[in-house]
Design a protein around this ligand. Structure first.
Ligand code: FAD
Length: 398
């Protein structure tokens, strides 16, 4: 594996730019957190500021309205935003969908969608999960059938984040059923096809789910009843969507790791400030006790390691290193990011004692957010499966 990674001067400047863009929201951080975490409203002002500073175009080339700065630039932005105390799933999902269109879409699709993603106009969600398929994407049943210049879509997706806010959805369907590929002895991932679907299309209905864990955004079961999608909205080749899909998942995981690093920063700041102020015995701040200091110091050490690994994964993606290398860094960063963020919230709660559970500090709510990162967008177990099989060369276990 390559070891020649360090931030260039230009990248350091980008990181500073991301920090400066987000800094303007620091004075209203509590207000924003209240809006996102409690009222579940979309932080459009933060989205717009990132768009204006060019971050939505950072990972797109100039011919599609981008600046070609790379996914690493967006990782900086997501990290900085999360350090305010909330992430934004639609930033992550829009980025992953845009990169999927860039790498697999027709010229017409790229021209139609990417400039409007780069300038912050379009928001995208992503729909792969189905109730009966779960982690095993090959078993999805949502079907797309070609008729008169359209694909007609029937089926349902579940846990779809932000389907109510997004303008479009990158949808994973089957154009050949799982049963048929198994019967014909074809590869199980054959017959998957990806589409860009207008979320307001006739025949789409949303059923809100009582899930928790993502800041400010609801999840939905999305039903498709004879939804007509123009044939030109197919992303990549019909039936060969699995390669496009699996590569598209790396940016999502890299940005999830960046968000975890930012959230850990938020928790650490709260804990350190509290530890310096809070006095319980004599006139000694609790931050003077090693029992309080050491867990926070450990969070800092882990944070720096995960931050570097996350940047390295983004850099490997931008450099188009071999897929297994990109996949390895990406999955490792996502795995450790989740563990770091869980540790950071837990140690912050410990530092705050009873206040760790007060709505005023929001840490108990944040615990749900970071715990989700161990399960989604990819679970810890599936990452360990990936590393065992693709990095260690052990036989596939499932
Ligand atoms: C809040 C939230 C938001 C979400 N947003 C989206 C979204 O926007 N779009 C979308 O498409 N999906 C979304 N999801 C779905 C999410 O990606 C899945 O829940 C997740 O990937 C796990 O799938 P599952 O729930 O079906 O678990 P299952 O596949 O049923 O797995 C259950 C458990 O078994 C383990 N397991 C399964 N197979 C193996 C194996 N081979 N080896 C070891 N362990 C295994 C899993 O790791 C997991 O721990 C969201 C989920 C939540 C909770």
């Amino acid at each position: 594996m390559a070891l020649d990674f360090e931030l260039s001067e230009e990248q350091k400047l980008l990181k500073k730019t991301a920090r400066d863009v987000i800094k303007q929201f620091e004075p209203k951080r509590d207000e924003l957190r209240e809006k996102v975490m409690k009222r579940k409203e979309f932080p459009q002002e933060v989205w717009d500021a990132l768009a204006q500073a060019g971050f939505f175009g950072s990972f797109l080339p100039p011919e599609y309205g981008g600046t070609g700065m790379g996914l690493l630039a967006m990782a900086f932005a997501v990290e900085e935003m999360s350090a305010l105390g909330f992430g934004n799933a639609l930033i992550i999902l829009t980025t992953m969908d845009a990169l999927c269109i860039l790498k697999n879409g027709t010229e017409e699709l790229k021209k139609r969608f990417l400039p409007k993603i780069a300038d912050g106009t379009y928001k995208f969600c992503f729909a792969v999960t189905e109730a009966d398929a779960g982690t095993n994407t090959c078993r999805i049943k949502t079907r797309a059938e070609k008729k008169n210049g359209y694909y007609v879509i029937n089926g349902s997706k579940t846990f779809i984040t932000g389907a109510d806010v997004a303008d479009y959805m990158l949808l994973v369907t089957r154009t050949i059923s799982y049963k048929e590929v198994v019967e014909k002895g074809l590869p199980k991932a054959y017959g998957l096809s990806l589409f860009i679907v207008d979320t307001k299309s006739k025949g789409i209905t949303l059923h809100a789910l009582p899930t928790r864990g993502i800041e400010g955004m609801n999840q939905f079961t999305v039903f498709f009843d004879n939804v007509e999608v123009p044939a030109e909205n197919l992303v990549g080749d019909e039936n060969a969507g699995s390669m496009a899909l699996f590569k598209a998942l790396n940016p999502e995981r890299i940005l999830a790791a960046a968000s975890a690093v930012g959230l850990s920063e938020y928790c650490l700041n709260i804990a350190v400030n509290y530890a310096q102020e809070r006095k319980v015995f004599r006139d000694t701040p609790i931050g003077q006790y090693q029992a309080i200091q050491h867990p926070l110091a450990e969070v800092k050490i882990h944070q720096e390691a995960v931050r570097l690994l996350t940047y390295k994964a983004a850099w490997a993606y931008d450099k188009e290193l071999p897929p297994v290398e990109v996949g390895a860094y990406t999955n490792m960063a996502k795995y450790l990011g989740a563990e770091l963020a869980i540790m950071a919230v837990d140690k912050a709660i410990e530092t705050l004692g009873g206040n760790g559970f007060s709505e005023d500090y929001g840490l108990a709510h944040l615990w749900e957010v970071v715990r989700l990162l161990r399960t989604a967008p990819i679970s810890k177990e599936m990452i360990l499966n990936y590393i065992s099989e693709h990095v260690l060369g052990l036989p596939r276990s499932y």
